[in-house]
Design a binder for this molecule. Structure first.
Ligand SMILES: Cc1cc2nc3c(=O)[nH]c(=O)nc-3n(C[C@H](O)[C@H](O)[C@H](O)COP(=O)(O)OP(=O)(O)OC[C@H]3O[C@@H](n4cnc5c(N)ncnc54)[C@H](O)[C@@H]3O)c2cc1C
Length: 580
């Protein structure tokens, strides 16, 4: 353990040695000026994105009600926007006008031609249960089932596979949509679907979705620890191409990678493929556990201790049964690895509202997410760049390591894998209790990696994750003109436009964000240009290749050094006593 802890502990001594600040101009999205009455404000699930609409959220109970709402919005010149379960943490979910939720539109229709149609407000969990009752399923799904079908499609939410379509978007056969002029249209021609598959909620209000379905299948999945060499030797990509499901979690401080290899199996009763294991990655927790975790994360960030231990805890959670957590793969209360079970129940998980990690007063465990996608030809380059950055500025990825997932080429204009075999690099950071003031440990490292990923490797950010700096005009790359042409076609008056959409088209540089977030680099709303853009006690510093990042000031570190080493020692003893 001692040797493995070194990276995180080095953070403290390293900062003492770095040169004083050298920074240049700020590149910043204007923070939202709040025009509307805050009484109608709504926010992302973990509350980092706050939207100020003109009216309260509307809940149409029929498709004709949706049509009426859009026609009224157009007549009154008030924008309108559908929202899902607000699990996106970008201002993609905001509108200055009328937000509408389709949560009452959840009808399901089964067809005999291997398709099924769903009203768009239905949650993914309900889709999969309905299909299972008919011995059918979806070939691949995102990790979390608590999102709506329309919301998943709008951002191209994906799972991980190079052998099967990775997103729900790529399983669409047809859509029914209310356009910006209030017409109800069916979209099923190949060309128009290229725009609608990942539509960002900017082309229309999707009211019905027809999906390709497949016979229900089981799968076997096994997690194992591998050497980090697999990241640069080509082995990781080789496995990604070999298995039906493959993803990996990289724990840099531990110098280890946990890989999940999954194979699809026919669903035959009474065969060797027996098993009913489920996945608990996004597990249900009690309020007390969630609060304890929130306090623990805050303490570790504040005192800069114990973060490698958290990385180790997460690594162990993926591999074995550990105290304090429900097993990752579970059957009848017992941990399973390898595990066999129904495909969708092993590919994804779900918590019921009120039992999720983020359902605590501080919502810190929900965190902020970064996710950037690349052509697989850059796999070795991106891995090497991250390793080099971590050597330069060691830190931990203490919430769940660095998750790496894979997607085959997609036809959708705005898919993360549009026209290219793709992998994505993702991580989560907790929100600090004083989220407007304090930086998470390692912020500068995360910022350097993100900026280098986008600048040097043509990285594309996930539409529902990432700081808003990364979701500006230049993010619409090769299919920009095609998508904007469809926006004009289906929404000529810009009824569905929000600040997010206007930024992408280059119309404005504003974003909908928490107005208290003055330190814009803290959540990557900007690249820092001055110290005040960073956290308290941090400075904005230019690294040798020009990236601008927030780093702790020397005096803070010097003052805390004695405390840090003392408490690190204490945390290590506690860990040994209670955990190992
Ligand atoms: C715990 C967790 C796990 C996650 N796992 C994954 C994952 O594995 N893979 C992944 O890619 N992402 C993942 N995400 C991100 C999430 O899946 C996406 O951001 C998804 O888009 C959220 O769906 P939602 O229903 O919450 O929609 P929202 O976030 O509310 O909305 C997203 C977009 O959908 C649009 N929209 C909603 N309804 C309609 C409609 N009827 N018509 C037109 N547009 C509409 C909105 O306008 C908005 O543009 C995860 C998020 C969380 C919190």
């Amino acid at each position: 353990m001692g040797a493995k802890n070194i990276n995180c502990k080095l953070i403290f001594t390293f900062f003492v040695l770095i040169p004083k600040n050298m920074w240049t101009s700020c590149d910043q999205i204007a923070i939202n000026t709040r025009n509307n009455d805050p009484k109608y404000a709504y926010h992302s699930y973990q509350s980092s994105v706050i939207c100020y609409p003109k009216t309260a959220i509307q809940y149409p109970s029929s498709i004709s009600n949706v049509v009426r709402l859009v026609k009224n919005a157009r007549k009154d010149g008030v924008p309108i926007k559908a929202i899902g379960s607000r699990h996106s943490i970008t201002d993609i979910i905001c509108t200055d006008g009328t937000p509408i939720s389709l949560k009452l539109l959840t009808k399901k229709y089964y067809h005999e031609d291997n398709t099924a149609t769903f009203e768009a407000g239905i949650k993914l969990d309900q889709v999969l249960l309905f299909l299972q009752e008919r011995n059918r399923t979806l070939i691949n799904i995102p990790i979390y089932r608590g999102i709506t079908l329309a919301g998943a499609i709008a951002t191209g939410a994906h799972g991980s596979s190079l052998k099967h379509p990775a997103s729900i978007s790529d399983q669409i056969i047809g859509l029914q949509v209310v356009t910006g002029t209030g017409e109800l249209v069916n979209i099923n021609d190949t060309k128009t679907l290229k725009a609608f598959r990942v539509n960002l909620g900017l082309l229309g209000i999707v009211v019905k979705v027809t999906l390709k379905i497949v016979p229900i299948f089981k799968m076997s999945i096994q997690n194992s620890v591998e050497e980090i060499d697999i990241l640069t030797s080509g082995k990781a990509l080789e496995w990604a191409r070999e298995y039906d499901h493959f993803q990996l979690w990289w724990f840099p401080s531990l110098q280890e990678v946990v890989v999940a290899k999954g194979n699809y199996l026919p669903f035959l009763k009474n065969t060797t493929f027996e098993g009913n294991a489920t996945n608990n990655l996004i597990t249900e927790v009690t309020q007390y556990t969630a609060r304890f975790a929130a306090v623990l994360y805050e303490f570790c960030n504040w005192a800069q201790i114990g973060l490698t231990i958290l990385e180790g805890y997460m690594r162990d959670f993926l591999l074995k049964s550990i105290p304090t957590a429900r097993p990752l793969y579970e059957e009848g209360g017992t941990f399973k690895n390898p595990a066999v079970g129904i495909g969708w129940r092993l590919l994804s998980s779900q918590c019921r509202p009120g039992t999720c990690w983020w359902d605590n007063p501080w919502a810190t465990v929900g965190g902020t997410e970064s996710a950037i996608a690349f052509d697989t030809k850059h796999f070795k380059g991106v891995m090497t760049m991250i390793q080099d950055t971590l050597r330069e500025m060691p830190t931990c990825f203490y919430m769940s390591g660095i998750l790496i997932r894979f997607m085959p080429k997609s036809e959708a204009y705005l898919s993360l894998s549009s026209g290219r075999e793709t992998f994505s690099v993702e991580w989560v950071n907790p929100l600090r209790t004083r989220r407007h003031l304090d930086a998470v440990v390692g912020l500068g490292t995360f910022q350097a990696i993100l900026q280098r990923m986008v600048r040097d490797f043509d990285g594309i950010p996930h539409w529902g994750k990432n700081g808003l700096h990364f979701l500006g005009e230049n993010v619409l790359k090769k299919n920009r003109d095609n998508f904007i042409a469809e926006m004009k076609n289906f929404d000529p008056d810009g009824v569905f436009l929000n600040k997010f959409g206007r930024r992408l088209t280059g119309e404005i540089g504003e974003a909908d964000v928490d107005p208290e977030m003055e330190r814009c680099a803290l959540h990557d709303y900007c690249i820092c240009g001055k110290d005040y853009d960073c956290g308290v006690g941090q400075r904005c510093e230019k690294l040798s290749d020009g990236v601008l990042v927030c780093r702790d000031q020397d005096n803070v570190i010097l003052g805390g050094l004695g405390f840090v080493f003392g408490t690190n020692f204490l945390a290590f003893i506690l860990y040994r006593l209670f955990y190992r």
